[in-house]
Design a protein around this ligand. Structure first.
Ligand code: FES
Length: 90
């Protein structure tokens, strides 16, 4: 039996690589949910270098853009987390 780390009773069965660090995620999480649950609030920087993070969580505002598996500008709130996914943000 494999033991998974749990957060508030939810097993983190997925492992993502975020900025070269391992981050646990629950099955059914979006990338945005996994990043927020791991304490990451800055997903990108604007032209002036100010931190930006998710706002609408439904694909409209585009404040949650991150690089996923080498593809830039993916809306993290719309992409389901997949085991082994490599994400760059902040
Ligand atoms: S949080 Fe608004 S598009 Fe993702």
């Amino acid at each position: 039996m494999t033991a998974f780390r749990t957060v508030r009773g939810v097993a983190l069965r997925l492992q993502l690589i975020v900025n070269d660090e391992q981050v646990g995620a629950a099955e059914g999480d979006t990338v945005a949910a996994a990043l927020l649950a791991s304490g990451r609030w800055t997903f990108r920087r604007d032209e002036a270098g100010a931190p930006r993070g998710p706002f609408c969580l439904m694909g409209v505002c585009q404040e949650c853009l991150v690089e996923i598996d080498g593809t830039p500008n993916r809306r993290a709130c719309l992409v389901p987390a997949v085991n082994g996914m490599r994400i760059y943000c902040g």
